[in-house]
Design a protein around this ligand. Structure first.
Ligand SMILES: C[S@@+](CC[C@H](N)C(=O)[O-])C[C@H]1O[C@@H](n2cnc3c(N)ncnc32)[C@H](O)[C@@H]1O
Length: 270
């Protein structure tokens, strides 16, 4: 599978290439591509997921930053199907425009990828900005990040990432993957997670910027009470009008609680 790929893995690009066939098969099975789906892979690397997905689906768009991988990827992909390779940084790719141009019957794409772990959070927030254009996402991430994404109030790892993602998506951890499934092996366990963006009518956030601001401030100083952490963002009266205790800490507040507070502030004009 790696014929033609001569460069060593680049640490600064988060290159840990999957080689464990059983894990690759489980990921493809979890994605379960259907006719008409438009798959977009982030970071195809040496094609560990790309080629099995092409074998199954025939066509795929992939975004790869590492120039050294472009030619060998294109060459090796030809035996498996039709690869549309976007050469560049995924954070510069406008998924909404891509979906409008090349999406499925509903104008949506399905995002997949064994993500570069150093860019996990920026990629997740970038995807959130384009959630309406994305039908679902299947990502391999550090297990610890997946735990943060799926955590609920009261958990030590519940935080900004949990609240932001869960306000817009259903988050389902699927399975864990040990370091030995990759070359080179990362120092940490990994996990595959499924994110399904909520349809517009089920998103309760009235104003995205206000919501993001409240959540950032609340968890910016997670040991403080809401009253202190939200100084300059929301006063005690607003916090309590939203049904929250001003003496509570951010880690005790549900996603719905944050939404309620942000919506109340948005209705008051920010
Ligand atoms: C963890 S590796 C996964 C490679 C391959 N999919 C696999 O499973 O073996 C992450 C991939 O993302 C690529 N990458 C890193 N930063 C990127 C960026 N900003 N935009 C697009 N791809 C990037 C890396 O070059 C690498 O190929």
């Amino acid at each position: 599978m790696t014929t033609g790929f001569t460069e060593p893995a680049k640490k600064h690009l988060g290159q840990n290439f999957l080689h464990e066939k059983g894990v690759i098969a489980k990921i493809v099975q979890a994605i379960d591509p259907q006719p008409g789906d438009v798959l977009v892979e982030i970071g195809p690397g040496q094609g560990a997921l790309t080629f099995p997905l092409l074998d199954r689906h025939g066509e795929l768009t992939a975004i790869e930053f590492d120039r050294d991988l472009h030619a060998p990827l294109q060459a090796a992909a030809a035996a498996h199907g039709h690869l549309h390779l976007i050469e560049g940084d995924v954070l510069g790719v406008d998924f909404t425009a891509l979906a409008a141009r090349a999406g499925d019957a509903r104008g949506q794409i399905r995002l997949v990828g064994n993500l570069p772990y150093n860019l996990s959070s920026p990629i997740l927030f970038h995807a959130l900005d384009h959630a309406a254009a994305i039908r679902d996402m299947h990502f391999m991430l550090q297990k610890e990040v997946v735990e943060r994404m799926a955590a609920g109030p009261g958990s030590k790892v519940y935080g900004r990432l949990s609240v932001m993602l869960q306000a817009y998506c259903a988050v389902t951890p699927l399975f864990t993957v040990p370091p030995g499934a990759f070359r080179p092996a990362p120092k940490v366990d990994s996990a595959v997670v499924r994110l399904v963006p909520k349809p517009a009518e089920r998103i309760e956030v009235a104003d995205r910027a206000t919501f993001a601001n409240v959540v950032r401030a609340a968890f910016g100083q997670r040991r403080k009470t809401l009253r202190n952490a939200l100084q300059g963002v929301a006063d005690t009266a607003a916090i309590e009008a939203a049904g929250l205790r001003s003496e509570a800490r951010a880690e005790q507040v549900t996603v719905a609680g944050f939404v309620q507070l942000a919506n109340l502030l948005a209705a008051r004009g920010g």
